[in-house]
Write a protein that binds this ligand. Structure first.
Ligand SMILES: Nc1ncnc2c1ncn2[C@@H]1O[C@H](COP(=O)(O)OP(=O)(O)O)[C@@H](O)[C@H]1O
Ligand SMILES: [Mg+2]
Length: 392
């Protein structure tokens, strides 16, 4: 069925929502159009169209600069809040021009994270964590003329929780299996995972950010090979993993911290990368990138052993995110989990949505849940998201 035909047959109880985001990798703006109905465990979602729009180079540099606490400036951050909204609105308008859907009920925008520090710190009589996504919802709503939901993370912080990862809600709805124990692993800039034992209930789900996904590998590819990332893991495949370096790097305390937990570029900074590079003096660039790839795989493996395997066996490790295209990384995961089936999400016979659109679909589902008056938070009763209305 074509998109136009699909859109013509809309029962009234359905919503059409656009999910939009730019992830930690700042590699593109993902826009996905979904058809949604039901709510909670009975949510039904279908992806109707998806496109990733490139981020202009200078804008990307501006975003990355302002994710770094030593380089960010207040004037640029304030500008970015509007600029990212303008960029998202522009991508959405181009998307709508191309796909011409008859009806759109809402946009759900994650925005762009510039800072995420959920660790609660005492300040006066308050103890607070914080997270900041730029890309103002009001600008998007007024530019597109569509009701916009944004700011999905901060409500959980009011409960002293993390505000991240948010993907477990979607994983729970879409990937729970009646017989198989599954881990859903998304390898973006940062990696996150959701452990779903067979027939899991919401309270059974174990989930957490697991650390660096591609972010360190990307930095090495840029530094030594002038490439934005290690395409298909070809560079790492030419190198040899340095086991003693790997053991040293695995001492990072974040990997021992109990879930739920979240992290971001604030931990895996340029300075962090420089420290790893200093540890690795004398080893070749390909060995360095191979060892960084092994760090991504092994840090995941040790955390799955620590926090997941005590509660369930692992039948399937289902990988999504850009890192799923890194063949060397996938091979390393297969070696780490010889008894489990390690596969890309798109290789599942019951895959409900293309892996590349997963996060866009996630935010559309979260927006739909808010409009249904339901909480999509895994650990709090918070309703996630803030509404911004289009002009009269
Ligand atoms: N063919 C590929 N081979 C290896 N890595 C890839 C490939 N394609 C994408 N990636 C990695 O995936 C990242 C983007 O992944 P994505 O899931 O969009 O992450 P984020 O949510 O952080 O934006 C890129 O920065 C790159 O590191
Ligand atoms: Mg991305």
């Amino acid at each position: 069925m074509t998109l136009a035909q699909r859109l013509n047959a809309i029962p009234n109880h359905e919503r059409f929502g656009i999910g939009v985001l730019s992830g930690t990798s700042v590699d593109g703006v993902d826009v996905g159009l979904t058809r949604l109905s039901g709510s909670g465990e009975r949510t039904r979602v279908e992806l109707l169209a998806f496109q990733t729009f490139p981020i202009p180079k200078d804008l990307r540099a501006r975003i990355l600069r302002n994710c770094d606490k030593n380089a960010a400036t207040l004037p640029e951050l304030s500008q970015l809040n509007i600029l990212v909204a303008e960029l998202f609105a522009d991508c959405i308008l181009r998307f709508l021009k191309r796909y011409r859907p008859k009806r759109i009920d809402f946009i759900a925008s994650h925005g762009q994270t510039v800072w995420h520090n959920p660790k609660r710190e005492p300040i006066g009589k308050f103890r607070i964590g914080s997270t900041l996504q730029v890309g103002d919802g009001s600008v998007i709503a007024n530019r597109t003329g569509i009701l916009t939901i944004s700011n999905f993370r901060s409500a959980e912080l009011a409960f002293g929780k993390e505000g991240a990862p948010l993907a477990p809600f979607l994983d729970f709805i879409l990937f729970r299996h009646s017989q198989k124990n599954r881990v859903l692993l998304n390898i973006g800039g940062i990696s996150n995972l959701t452990a779903l034992k067979a027939n899991a209930k919401k309270e059974d789900v174990v989930y957490f950010d697991a650390g660096a996904g591609n972010v360190l590998i990307d930095k090495a590819a840029q530094r030594f090979f002038q490439k934005p990332f290690d395409r298909d893991g070809k560079l790492a495949a030419q190198g040899k993993v340095n086991q003693s370096l790997l053991r040293l790097w695995l001492k990072e305390p974040f990997y021992r911290q109990k879930p739920p937990k979240s992290t971001g570029r604030e931990l895996f900074t340029d300075a962090y990368f420089e420290k790893l590079l200093a540890d690795a003096s004398g080893i070749s660039p390909t060995d360095f990138i191979a060892t960084l790839s092994a760090l991504t795989a092994q840090s995941l493996a040790t955390q799955i052993e620590r926090f997941v395997l005590p509660n369930m066996t692992l039948d399937e490790l289902i990988v999504s995110g850009g890192g799923a295209n890194n063949k060397t990384l996938i091979e390393m995961l297969k070696t780490a989990f010889p008894k489990s089936r390690v596969l890309k999400q798109d290789g599942l016979t019951d895959n409900p949505i293309p892996a590349k659109a997963k996060e866009a679909v996630l935010f559309a589902v979260l927006g739909h849940e808010l409009l249904s008056g339901k909480s999509a938070s895994m650990q709090t009763p918070a309703l996630l998201g803030t509404l911004a209305f289009p002009p009269k």
